[in-house]
Ligand binder design. Structure first.
Ligand code: C2G
Length: 136
């Protein structure tokens, strides 16, 4: 079984996220999503609208997703890839080059981002970015 893994916050799930998940799953037989915890999001300078539990619930309903596990730090990827016998690590190409160190452990694939959509754009379009509750 060819195992694929990807990482992210996946807040306010949109077509760009789903296209990433669809293309990631197409690279193998099993897709694990390593979902950023609320605490790790704070470290990333992000404040997700939906909690980890709700983002996990939503992702588990996506037919391309086989498993959702927590991402709690920047340094867990090598362990995750080795521990779960991952064959392919996938990220959108806004991360191109940033995870090439994983090439010693698995295939590394950066997929083109979906243009014209992002969680930040959704917040901006809804006029939500100037409230004190939202961080970048
Ligand atoms: N993505 C995409 N197209 C978009 C928006 C996002 O392909 N229009 C991809 C991103 O490139 C990423 C995934 O969807 O691969 C999840 O995006 P985010 O939730 O923004 O993830 P991010 O905050 O980049 O977290 O350790 C890695 C980090 O956890 C990545």
């Amino acid at each position: 079984m060819k195992k694929v893994i990807t990482y992210g916050t996946f807040d306010l799930l949109h077509k760009g996220h789903v296209r990433l998940l669809k293309r990631a799953k197409a690279l193998g037989d099993h897709l694990t999503v390593c979902l950023s915890s609320d605490e790790f999001n704070a470290e990333k300078g992000k404040k997700a609208y939906t909690s980890y539990e709700d983002r996990k619930y939503i992702l588990e309903a996506i037919k391309y997703v086989d498993e959702v596990i927590p991402e709690t730090n920047w340094d867990q990827k090598i362990h995750d890839v080795q521990d779960r016998d991952i064959d392919v690590f996938v990220m959108g190409d806004d991360w191109k080059g940033k995870f090439d160190f994983l090439k010693d452990y698995c295939e590394v694939v950066y997929l083109p981002r979906t243009e014209g959509i992002s969680t930040t754009k959704i917040k901006e379009d809804l006029g939500l970015t100037d409230t004190e509750d939202w961080k970048a």
